[in-house]
Design a protein around this ligand. Structure first.
Ligand SMILES: [Zn+2]
Length: 160
């Protein structure tokens, strides 16, 4: 994978974890996640839903580019050997700053375990997270520390 002018470009043999979740924001050099927003109550969903599950509005939700900021709510270190994964990666429970109800589970990258702290600010980055038995590499949304003092490049995931 590579990033050109904020657009995530996959190499042959790479697949996104879900289609249509990465997008670009004009003027921003890094990719963003694409969510959907309810036209009635304003609730934002990610992964994106076409219908609002919160208020049950009958209007279709609309696409919204999410900010990349997030906060770490909790984490666990995955030490089991899972097919296609490199053991020892850190799995975070992460709250996106766009909407307090948006909580996702994703790998933390570019950080050593001793520098992980609940409550720390994170930034979304796309990374290869695993390899399928077919040899395809799965690109997903990961998070790295916003504070460069906590960053150790090359920890978890595969650097672009
Ligand atoms: Zn709604």
């Amino acid at each position: 994978m590579r990033i050109e002018d904020g657009e995530l470009i996959l190499e042959p043999g790479e697949v996104p974890i879900r289609p249509g979740i990465f997008t670009r924001q004009p003027g921003d050099p890094v990719p963003h996640l694409l969510g959907r927003k309810c036209q009635d109550c304003g609730d934002v969903s990610f992964p994106p839903y076409r219908r609002c599950l919160l208020c049950g509005s009958d209007k279709e939700t609309v696409e919204v580019v999410l900010g990349n900021g997030a906060v770490l709510l909790g984490y666990t270190v995955a030490r089991q050997v899972m097919p296609g994964f490199v053991p020892g990666y850190i799995l975070g429970k992460v709250r996106l700053k766009d909407d307090p109800s948006l909580v996702v589970t994703a790998q933390l990258v570019d950080v050593k375990e001793e520098n992980v702290e609940v409550g720390m600010d994170l930034v979304m980055v796309p990374r290869v997270i695993r390899e399928l038995p077919t040899g395809e590499k799965v690109v997903s949304y990961c998070f790295r520390p916003a504070d460069s003092a906590r960053v150790s490049a090359g920890q978890g995931g595969e650097s672009p």
